[in-house]
Design a protein. Structure first.
Ligand SMILES: Cc1cc2nc3c(=O)[nH]c(=O)nc-3n(C[C@H](O)[C@H](O)[C@H](O)COP(=O)(O)OP(=O)(O)OC[C@H]3O[C@@H](n4cnc5c(N)ncnc54)[C@H](O)[C@@H]3O)c2cc1C
Length: 419
């Protein structure tokens, strides 16, 4: 077996971090990274933030300069995508027809932005935000448009709405569920963000269903809703999640569905094939052992390090506490842990002051925090989540008590008296 030939599919956050971590772990074999995009690995989060706003040039987004990769002997094959995996022969085939043998294959292909599948969903003027190309195309159209409809009230939709509102566009944001951020946060955070966006002039409509989009001469002109209303639109942004890019792996027999399933060492069910980042579904201690696909830079980096250690015989790694951030207007949200499945949410501080946190608990244990302009809570709250601390709700709600002082709290929750 050619164990000294590592092939990484996907030149994003996870793929880049793996290549770097392998060299840091003194891996001396070959590292080949095959990437569909033509650019060397770059930061994706600014695509819906400063890069969309035009506040950052693309050159500033590269994770590492080209020289860094050359010096470490990392071979990038960009602008080509892997379409087939042959686990018996240990070979991947690219769209360009090239065969690349591997000793170890690491699938780090992320996902593609989910597109609308309703009538009119493929008209010109409808954009997603996943790649540099997506944003360059979107930005090229911006000067000529005024009315923008954003479909999807998740982080990407909200960040895009904030940028476009600041750019003076008329923005309507549509969310199918009854509140924005419904999939990732509790009610308190959702209503805070909805209020902030409304105060900035974004027309947020929740609980609506898009039926189809109208167009003229092939370009979108309106978004039509199930309630019979029609929203004029010069440009539409669709932020409705991703489809994990795992088709070739599943076709080769890997177990998966929503992503590809991996074990604690990020191994798939195929021999010598690992998967990391947005495309990997892994049991998480931070989701009560449930299998989750975490879409965050932190997760991509942590899983990359786990695989690098595994491949170089280093210490077994475990993913760190999940973290994420989102910038909208002058609000910096930092989240730690996963709030899915919480049965209690405690607001700490005053949302009206635009600096507060929401602490999520399950069965009396702290499982996550959403911290808005509250860096100290974020930093100190990490330890509460990491240790699954049992803290009384009234103590958490008291913003004058630093969270670090609550780590060994023995409030009522600790004795099971409150929940
Ligand atoms: C607009 C936006 C904003 C975000 N903001 C934040 C944020 O604020 N904080 C945060 O933590 N996370 C954020 N994220 C999420 C974060 O960027 C992702 O979790 C992270 O990029 C995942 O890294 P990855 O390497 O798994 O996937 P990606 O970065 O998506 O990289 C995968 C790469 O693989 C390529 N690829 C796919 N299929 C193939 C194939 N068959 N062959 C070859 N190459 C292939 C893709 O083209 C892509 O370049 C954001 C994401 C987006 C899109």
């Amino acid at each position: 077996m050619r164990s000294n030939e590592v092939v990484i599919v996907g030149a994003g956050h996870a793929g880049a971090q793996l290549a770097q971590a392998l060299r840091q772990q003194h891996f001396v074999g070959t590292i080949t990274v095959i990437g569909e995009e033509v650019d060397l690995p770059y930061e994706r989060p600014p695509l819906s933030k400063d890069y969309l706003a035009g506040d950052k040039l693309f050159d500033r987004l590269f994770l590492r300069p080209a020289r860094f990769w050359t010096e470490r002997g990392v071979d990038f094959q960009l602008g080509d995508r892997v379409v087939a995996v042959d686990p018996l022969r240990h070979v991947v085939t690219t769209e360009g027809g090239r065969e690349q043998p591997y000793g170890t294959l690491v699938w780090a292909a992320g996902g593609a932005a989910r597109r609308l599948n309703c009538p009119g969903g493929d008209l010109a003027g409808i954009h997603t935000i996943r790649t540099r190309t997506d944003v360059d195309q979107l930005r090229a159209e911006l000067p000529a448009v005024q009315r923008v409809v954003v479909i999807g009230g998740g982080f990407i939709g909200l960040e895009a709405a904030a940028v476009l509102r600041k750019a003076g566009k008329q923005v309507t944001l549509l969310e199918a569920q009854d509140r924005v951020l419904a999939r990732v946060a509790g009610e308190a955070l959702s209503s805070f963000y909805a209020q902030e966006h409304r105060a900035q002039g974004v027309d947020i409509r929740s609980g609506v269903t898009v039926t189809d989009l109208s167009g003229r001469a092939g370009r979108v002109t309106a978004v039509n809703l199930a309630d019979g209303s029609s929203l004029p639109a010069d440009l539409v942004i669709v932020g409705i999640g991703i489809v994990p890019a795992v088709a070739p792996l599943l076709a080769a027999g890997a177990v998966g569905g929503n992503g590809v399933d991996v074990d604690a060492q990020c191994r798939t069910s195929l021999p010598d094939v690992h998967a990391i980042g947005d495309c990997a579904a892994q049991a998480s201690a931070y989701a009560a052992g449930a299998k989750v696909r975490i879409e965050s830079v932190q997760n991509a980096m942590d899983q990359a390090v786990i695989v690098a250690r595994h491949l170089t015989g280093g210490a077994v790694g475990v993913p760190g506490v999940p973290t994420f951030w989102s910038n909208q207007y002058d609000l910096r949200l930092q989240t730690v842990g996963l709030s899915i499945g919480h049965d209690q949410a405690v607001v700490r501080g005053d949302p009206a002051q635009r600096s507060f946190s929401v602490v999520y608990l399950r069965d009396g244990q702290v499982i996550a925090l959403d911290c808005v302009n509250a860096m100290r809570d974020f930093v100190q709250g990490k330890a509460l989540v990491a240790t699954g601390a049992r803290v009384a709700a009234e103590h958490l709600a008291n913003a004058t008590i630093p969270l670090k002082d609550l780590i060994s709290d023995t409030g009522p929750a600790a004795s099971g008296e409150s929940g």
